[in-house]
Design a protein around this ligand. Structure first.
Ligand SMILES: Nc1nc2c(ncn2[C@@H]2O[C@H](COP(=O)(O)OP(=O)(O)OP(=O)(O)O)[C@@H](O)[C@H]2O)c(=O)[nH]1
Ligand SMILES: [Mg+2]
Length: 354
């Protein structure tokens, strides 16, 4: 008779054990497969930005006379730059690549150099190359001969000066880049030396950066004459938009001794990014306050065409004036890169999603 008397208690115990087991399994499944809501948000929110669409391009300012070094540089892009998508490679030029036979010959040489299709893309690397012509004209308001203008760097006048004006200001408004989110600039004498362990566009996009760079140097006072005063005047006339930002910046330094006249500003160099490699989020440089500054620069053509103000210091000044350097800029580590006269401190390559 023990059996009947124990049966209900056993059934009760079994129900309790089964219920607890089911409850335990449900909780285990719930928490192991789907983390709590808060965890889900914090764990995945950094990547949600990389889900928003973006477009990118690799750009060069090219010269037929430097075709050999350009081919070397392109070959290094093909081999060492891992990109999520086969973004276009835009070769801006000023007419020397305009004829179809010239373009065809260059592309044939490129194919010969890199040996056919890239191993990372369905597209042949050379199919991604585009030629885009720029019309460079000397601006109004300055003499159009070297003798009258007397530039500080006559041997490179006017080509190099056009280049500085182009990369400092006009590039952001070039029609071909209108729908491009990020460009990566290379110069014909820029080279990647080893494979990179991440896609730099993905890093910029995921971390919501506006400017990516490798290092900072400076331009000699011989080619920055008048620039410090030009900056000072602009900042003085924009106390809220620009001066506050500069004062808050940990990286911006006004020249010491300049306010009491102890130092001649024209004897002082201006810092500059080594922007022969850079990644730019174009829309950030098209904001009204940045545009106003860039327009102010264009309105003073002597800056570029007589004093040869460079795009490197002007990129530094522009980002300092309008960006929060810690939040908006990215030092892109781990890129083994060569460009003449640049001394880059190495920092390790860390994959974006280790
Ligand atoms: N079409 C064209 N391109 C130019 C001219 N001058 C420079 N460039 C290009 O602009 C980019 C920067 O020029 P670089 O001469 O390399 O300038 P840099 O790096 O400041 O100077 P270096 O230290 O001599 O390399 C390169 O891709 C050049 O090919 C020019 O007169 N015409
Ligand atoms: Mg160069």
């Amino acid at each position: 008779m023990a059996i009947p008397s124990y049966a209900p208690r056993y059934a009760l115990a079994r129900t309790v054990v089964v219920s607890f087991s089911l409850l335990f399994i449900s909780f285990t499944l719930l928490f192991s497969c789907r983390p709590p809501f808060k965890t889900t948000l914090s764990k995945f929110s950094p990547f949600t930005t990389s889900q928003t669409p973006y477009t990118a391009a690799i750009i060069y300012l090219a010269r037929l006379s430097h075709a050999d070094e350009l081919l070397e540089s392109l070959a290094s892009v093909n081999v060492y730059l891992p990109l999520r998508d086969p973004w276009p490679i835009i070769l801006f030029h000023t007419g020397d690549f305009d004829d179809t036979p010239v373009q065809d010959d260059f592309l044939a040489r490129l194919r010969e150099k890199i040996g056919g299709a890239s191993n990372r893309s369905d597209w042949d690397f050379s199919d991604r190359v585009e030629f885009v012509k720029l019309d460079w004209e000397l601006p109004e308001g300055i003499p159009h001969t070297k003798e009258e203008l007397n530039p500080v760097s006559p041997s490179s006048w006017p080509g190099y000066h056009h280049m500085c004006a182009f990369y400092s200001t006009k590039i952001f408004f070039n029609p071909r880049l209108q729908d491009v989110t990020y460009y990566l600039r290379m110069d014909t004498d820029s080279l990647f030396l080893e494979p990179l362990c991440y896609d730099p566009f993905e890093v910029m996009h995921t971390r919501q950066r506006s400017y990516g760079y490798l290092g900072v140097g400076n331009d000699a006072p011989i080619v920055t004459k008048g620039l410090w005063r030009f900056i000072r005047n602009y900042v003085d006339s924009h106390p809220r938009e620009v001066e506050l930002q500069l004062n808050a910046s940990k990286t911006w330094k006004w020249p010491i001794g300049s306010t009491n006249g102890d130092v001649d500003l024209d004897d002082l160099s201006v810092s500059g990014y080594y922007n022969n490699f850079e990644i730019v989020k174009l829309e950030e440089f098209r904001k009204p306050e940045v545009k106003e500054w860039l327009y102010h620069l264009i309105q003073y053509p002597e800056g570029f065409y007589k004093w040869r103000w460079g795009d490197a210091p002007l990129r530094w000044v522009t980002t300092q004036m309008f960006f929060n350097i810690e939040r908006d800029t990215e030092r892109l580590c781990g890129i083994r890169y060569y460009h003449p006269y640049n001394y880059l401190e190495h920092c390790d390559c860390v994959p974006l999603h280790p």
